[in-house]
Write a protein that binds this ligand. Structure first.
Ligand code: GLU
Length: 331
């Protein structure tokens, strides 16, 4: 990405917006639906940020259905890794993916070890997501290194969160066996498990503010912990898709000071096999409605069109390129 400076998370936008942005997939008009081509967007858990934003993308696409015949629906999934696999197998048309997961898919690393995905393409990037560790206050976890000996949810195997968490554990020399318990709960299960005292902490790579951290910090006494140290410094230095960032103080109950960590960008990906016209229509729907899109969730309140072309490590899909060239965003 050109600059890592966009990772300053502002939270002018109201937290309540995070909670009402869900469920936006639009309704169909039967006459057109008959000739419609269905497209599916892979998101994340319904309580995350991908899901409500996927709903918003579909709503913008569906508003033009009479002209283009596409009917867009969202699907809740395990997250980035699941979504990339689904778009590459043709089960879904586009999906949300963390920029680091995108890179690991391209290079055949992490969850994509021995399975590189040379046909993975990007439509655009969307907003910063921070690796966030939230812990029960009685677990006394103030920074990532404190997870040793504790019950930690390290992420759904289909998530990007899982890969980023394991990478940081590796960078800090923490093995799975060093944990009392390594959980693989779905996003929707994490905050309830924390507050039911089934786990001491969980990680989630996500935009802020979001409903999962709100639930975790208001349903029981818990705090956001920092993710810092020489291992993190090296990860950020060695990889352009990682940038330092902080979860602002007072964003969540129980955490008054900013907690330094690092982050990635949420991106939208597709297979090179997705028709050019489909990728063009989706890109156009989001970019042409960006002002409305930005109002739908505080995580995207400050994004710009120029920034949405940054941070991808795979080539742009030709349909996205067509739109960017048409609008002069790319020469
Ligand atoms: N970045 C997360 C993951 O793929 C999902 C975030 C979300 O659902 O908002 O693990």
């Amino acid at each position: 990405m050109g600059s890592k400076s966009r990772f300053n998370i502002g939270f002018k936008a109201c937290i309540a917006a995070a909670l009402v942005a869900g469920g936006m997939a639009s309704v169909s008009t039967p006459a057109v639906a008959q000739q419609s081509k269905f497209i599916t967007v892979g998101t994340g858990g319904i309580v995350g940020v991908y899901y409500p934003l996927g709903g918003a993308i579909c709503r913008f696409v569906n508003a033009g259905r009479k002209d283009h015949g596409l009917r867009c629906t969202v699907e809740s999934t395990g997250g980035s890794v699941f979504n990339i696999n689904a778009v590459m197998s043709g089960d879904m048309d586009i999906g949300f993916a963390q920029s680091d997961t995108q890179y690991y898919a391209k290079t055949g690393a992490g969850a994509f070890k021995d399975k590189p995905q040379p046909k993975l393409r990007a439509l655009f990037s969307v907003y910063p997501e921070l690796l966030t560790l939230v812990a029960r206050q009685d677990a006394n976890i103030k920074s990532f290194a404190d997870i040793k000996g504790k019950r930690i949810n390290i992420g759904d195997p289909g998530s990007g969160t899982r890969g980023t968490t394991e990478l940081v554990m590796g960078a800090m020399g923490i093995k799975k066996e060093d944990l009392k318990f390594a959980g693989e709960l779905k996003f929707v299960e994490m905050a309830p498990a924390l507050c039911d005292n089934k786990i001491d902490a969980f990680t989630f790579v996500a935009g802020h503010p979001n409903a999962i951290f709100q639930e975790a910090t208001t349903s029981c006494a818990s705090n956001i912990a920092s993710v810092t140290g020489p291992g993190v410094d090296k990860l950020v230095k060695d990889n352009p898709f990682y940038a330092k960032a902080s979860v602002p103080g007072k964003m969540y109950k129980g955490t008054d000071t900013a907690q330094p960590t690092f982050g990635v960008l949420a991106t939208i990906v597709a297979s090179a096999d997705l028709p050019e016209q489909t990728a063009y229509i989706i890109t156009k729907a989001v970019f042409d409605n960006l002002d409305d899109f930005k109002k739908l969730h505080p995580a995207v309140a400050n994004i710009t069109k120029e920034q949405m072309l940054e941070g991808n490590t795979v080539p742009f899909h030709p349909g996205a390129m067509k739109y960017f060239k048409e609008k002069g965003l790319i020469k």
